[in-house]
Design a protein around this ligand. Structure first.
Ligand code: MG
Ligand code: MG
Length: 236
């Protein structure tokens, strides 16, 4: 899983470097494919319930699951890029959001708070804790900044499949979660909205946007619970 995570980290590095005004989301997908090919890794996104690409690209008010295509990125946009890879049967999954050129202070703050909420969640992935502590930590950071967390889409355990049980909500789920043990691996992925938490599914059956049209940001890492604390497998 460390090796799969490092391929994902490389996909992040390559796509991040390719983001600029005028680039299309299909071009970003091609950049990520090149990394997978070079590292002889397989895609866990391509073909997933028919998904046609190796990354998800979700600009502005799109929360997650955007299909790369002829969408052109413009100065001032924000873009979430979600990448995954399989190495020898083991999966990695991670996402980041960045500005395209110069973005508004409000957009930059949304990006920074969402990333901070991910790290607050990661810090709770300690053996002996319970899984709901992750979501509670994410929610506290996001809501303290005046933002909201998405309810309909959540993180997940990850291993020999991309999406394994249990789910990892980004909010207090109303009951204590399972006990965390060394060896468990989770994909924690806060989706934070500038406005309300409500979502809307696009007609393509994939893209999820904010119901109120306001911006949304998304960060994700795959993290192992170890005897020495959380180990972030998708960090370079
Ligand atoms: Mg992901
Ligand atoms: Mg995920």
């Amino acid at each position: 899983m460390r090796r799969a995570g490092q391929v994902v980290a490389e996909m992040h590095e390559a796509t991040r470097a390719a983001v600029r005004p005028g680039v299309t989301t299909a071009q970003l997908d091609a950049v990520a494919r090149e990394v997978l090919d070079r590292r002889r890794a397989r895609s866990n996104f391509l073909g997933y319930h028919g998904f046609p690409a190796v990354i998800c690209t979700s600009p502005n008010d799109m929360i997650v699951h955007g299909i790369p295509g002829d969408v052109v990125l413009h100065e001032g946009d924000i873009i979430s890029i979600d990448c995954g890879a399989i190495v020898e049967g083991y999966h990695g999954d991670a996402a980041f959001t960045m500005g395209v050129g110069e973005v508004s202070d409000a957009a930059q703050r949304l990006i920074e708070v969402t990333e901070a909420s991910l790290w607050a969640g990661i810090a709770q992935l300690v053996a002996g804790n319970r899984l709901h502590q992750v979501g509670r930590a994410v929610q506290e950071v996001a809501e303290a900044a005046g933002f909201s967390v998405v309810r309909e889409y959540v993180g997940h355990a990850i291993g020999t499949a991309m999406h394994e049980e249990p789910q990892v909500p980004n909010y207090w789920p109303g009951a204590p979660g399972p006990l965390l043990k060394t060896g468990m691996v989770f994909a924690v992925e806060p989706m934070v909205n500038m406005g309300g938490p409500e979502t809307k599914l696009l007609d393509d059956g994939w893209g999820v946007v904010t119901a109120d049209g306001q911006l949304s940001a998304h960060f994700e890492h795959s993290i192992a619970v170890t005897d020495d604390g959380p180990e972030v497998l998708t960090l370079p």
